[in-house]
Ligand binder design. Structure first.
Ligand SMILES: Nc1ncnc2c1ncn2[C@@H]1O[C@H](COP(=O)(O)OP(=O)(O)OP(=O)(O)O)[C@@H](O)[C@H]1O
Length: 326
């Protein structure tokens, strides 16, 4: 911890974890708020690709705003004092939590909620024209209410601008193994892997090497989730199967999966409303929704303002992702 550069405005407490690119510290900001402070390793800053990936993560974490994405507070994308201050999750990544469970499985309801949240974050990103490219348990964080947030925007890119294709071999879609471009459907495939992992306790495709994993992803078909775990609702099992379709066009959207998961949870699958859609006429108030009673008001989700590349950028204060649409 002593080798971490001082970041003005933050006092560092302890190391929360280390990844290939950075060390994440528990820190307190000028307002006394606990934050997870990500500081790139020295070698990250020296390797252009790695430095760009970190800068990309800073810019996009601060740009996107959605209750199911890890929230960025402030950051500096490049230079010796590069950092990203973000929402702190005391229990760490979902992968850490799963590894502490003997069976590696969560109660089905918890797993469905986490998956619905990740599907919701992807619905938002895809609506923004972005592809995440790294959906996996290591990048999912849980809050104390059992809701999940997707993090790590290092590999995220806008399809209109193009980006370097990447992924993690256990979660990577067949088209990426084929050397083709990634798309929102590749994220859906990774979400399908996550569905199997959380609902059956195992990733569907195994292998000891990259080549073995590639063969598995390209040629094998996993057993239906509802067979492996009879508690998994059929519609969810079907969606997971479709998400793992070998052909891009055969996969459902993240939003279709989100809806199926919410239905399985007995929740009303409302439309997600983003800034541009918020301008459309408001729906009728006080609509009755069958046995579910009254629909709650729609959630207005607004992406953050564009941020400059450098220097330090702060989140836009006063913006509330849970703010209700009038
Ligand atoms: N917001 C957070 N709240 C709590 N702990 C966190 C948070 N972000 C990261 N961590 C902890 O820090 C560890 C390292 O973070 P992360 O994996 O994002 O680092 P990285 O260097 O960017 O990863 P990569 O190896 O993919 O480059 C995580 O495994 C987790 O334990």
């Amino acid at each position: 911890m002593s080798d971490a550069p001082a970041i003005p405005g933050y006092s560092l407490h302890r190391v929360l974890g280390r990844g290939n690119t950075s060390t994440v510290h528990l820190a307190v900001d000028g307002e006394g708020r606990k934050v997870a402070l990500k500081i790139p390793h020295e070698h990250t800053l020296k390797v252009q690709d790695a430095a760009e990936r970190f800068g990309n993560e800073v810019r996009l974490t601060l740009k996107f705003r959605h209750p199911r994405l890890v929230r960025g507070y402030a950051g500096t994308p490049f230079g010796q004092q590069a950092f990203l201050a973000m929402e702190y999750f005391p229990n760490g990544a979902l992968s850490d939590q799963l590894s502490q469970l003997l069976t590696r499985t969560l109660p089905v309801e918890n797993a469905l909620q986490i998956l619905a949240d990740v599907a919701s974050s992807l619905t938002y990103l895809h609506h923004q024209g972005a592809v995440h490219q790294d959906v996996k348990t290591q990048n999912v964080y849980l809050n104390s209410e059992g809701h999940a947030a997707l993090g790590d925007m290092g590999s995220t890119y806008f399809t209109s601008q193009g980006g370097k294709v990447s992924g993690s071999p256990y979660y990577m879609a067949p088209e990426i193994y084929h050397g083709e471009p990634s798309s929102s459907a590749s994220d859906v495939y990774s979400l399908g892997i996550l569905m199997y992992e959380l609902l059956s306790g195992d990733r569907p495709f195994q292998g000891n090497t990259y080549e073995e994993l590639m063969v598995a992803h390209l040629t094998r078909f996993p057993v239906a989730l509802s067979h492996t775990n009879p508690q998994v609702p059929r519609n969810v099992s079907k969606m997971a199967e479709l998400a793992l379709a070998k052909r891009v066009n055969d996969r459902p959207t993240a939003d279709a999966i989100r809806r199926a998961l919410l239905v399985a949870l007995g929740q009303m699958p409302e439309d997600e409303i983003y800034e541009d859609e918020a301008k459309k006429p408001a729906p009728e108030p006080d609509k009755k929704a069958g046995r579910h009673g009254t629909f709650p008001p729609r959630t207005a989700v607004r992406p953050g303002d564009p941020v400059p590349a450098a220097p330090k950028v702060e989140e836009k204060r006063g913006w509330n992702p849970f703010k209700r649409k009038k």
